[in-house]
Design a binder for this molecule. Structure first.
Ligand code: DLL
Length: 362
């Protein structure tokens, strides 16, 4: 970091994205013009594979910016010739308005956001089926088959799982065909291997292990045998669609401790970094993850330091407000902060348990 992995003359770079790194520092990802072209092409193939055409109207509901989900899908949709609406993430009322007014047929979102929108509509007495959507492209975070079925039922559309990671361009790496039985990997662009994360030996065909990927077409930043930390398997046998590309099963999770909250990668160290920078904060904190409605919620309980605490509610409130703002800047979404009196959180004996994950697994 920042540019040590750049493999071409800086003059050839036309775009950069970032992904979170294990230390909490982002990993910078570079693209040449050719890389952007190739990425758009495989992304367009994904959308076409799911049945989208240039007659469709596409609303892209993920963040534009350093995150690859926005621009990645955008370029692919335009390449396919779709009428593309770069709605970006959030502002649910506007998302619903755009879908209705422009008769959108294909959407891209994280599964949790798609569910949130549906629940908002239902709570307002509107039926999401009346939107007339055909295809939901959902990815960037893990979700279960049960969640897919629930979403398909609510919207009356077909949901296609989309997998990718910034180091391999971003979205467009693996995607489902109309049979919805695993994600085809574009093997002209990537080599996939599944290894045992402990022994590093290749897994037997069909066995679950860590996905390892090699880029074949990336020029600005080619990567050989990148350990994704994602746990999955290659589904044995051939797909009835006739494509010969290997199929990845739904991701089981990650082999490291990264949290994915609302599709955003968050490391506990990123939270700690913000907390510990503040002079009023004590040493003890806990990150609490829950599901409210269909959305992930993150709460951070943190103790104020004995020296800073003057017994006034005003002091606690001030610290809470500052931390909420700084955490929002750090992770990009609202984090609920609870500032506690010194000594109120359970003290650890040995390794502290910093993360309590009570999210519902759908
Ligand atoms: O999340 C790229 C992307 C954007 C994929 C939009 C699909 C749709 P990163 O931010 O670098 O890139 O995060 C990559 O997210 O290693 C997985 O752990 C997780 N992930 C991505 N897609 C899925 C999925 C984008 N369909 C990390 N199922 C990956 C489960 C997923 N996990």
């Amino acid at each position: 970091y920042p540019t040590g992995m750049l493999a071409v003359d800086p003059e050839e770079v036309v775009r950069m994205h970032t992904s979170s790194g294990t230390t909490g520092r982002p990993t910078a990802i570079f693209h040449t013009r050719q890389d952007i072209e190739n990425w758009a092409e495989i992304m367009a193939r994904c959308l076409a594979m799911a049945g989208a055409t240039s007659k469709d109207i596409f609303q892209n509901m993920t963040g534009y910016g350093l995150f690859t989900g926005g621009l990645g899908l955008h370029y692919g949709a335009e390449r396919l010739g779709m009428w593309t609406i770069p709605a970006g993430a959030g502002n649910t009322a506007r998302q619903i308005m755009l879908m209705k007014d422009f008769h959108v047929t294909v959407i891209h979102a994280t599964p949790s956001y798609a569910m949130h929108i549906a629940e908002r509509m239902l709570s307002e007495g509107e039926d999401p089926k009346t939107l007339g959507l055909k295809i939901g492209v959902l990815g960037a975070e893990p979700y279960t088959e049960e969640m897919r079925l629930k979403l398909q039922d609510i919207y009356g559309f077909k949901v296609f799982n989309s997998y990718g990671l910034s180091e391999m361009n971003g979205p467009g790496v693996a995607f489902e065909c109309t049979y919805q039985n695993g994600m085809h990997v574009w093997e002209d662009s990537y080599i996939v291997e599944i290894i045992d994360p402990n022994t590093l030996e290749p897994c037997k065909p069909g066995e679950v292990g860590e996905l390892v990927m090699t880029t074949l077409r990336r020029t600005a930043q080619p990567i050989i045998r990148y350990r994704t930390r994602d746990l999955t398997r290659i589904i044995p046998g051939e797909c009835p669609c006739g494509r010969k590309h290997a199929r990845l099963d739904r991701m089981i999770g990650r082999s490291d401790d990264m949290l994915i909250v609302r599709g955003v990668n968050v490391f506990p160290s990123q939270i700690e970094e913000v907390l510990m920078k503040h002079e009023w904060v004590g040493g003890n904190y806990v990150i609490h993850l829950t599901t409210i409605g269909a959305m992930d919620e993150m709460a951070v309980k943190v103790e104020i330091s004995k020296t800073a605490f003057d017994g006034s509610i005003e002091t606690l409130r001030k610290l809470r407000d500052q931390l909420q703002r700084q955490l929002r800047e750090q992770v990009g979404f609202n984090v609920h902060v609870e500032v506690m009196e010194p000594g109120s959180l359970p003290a650890s004996e040995g390794k502290a348990k910093r993360v309590i994950d009570e999210r519902e697994r759908r």
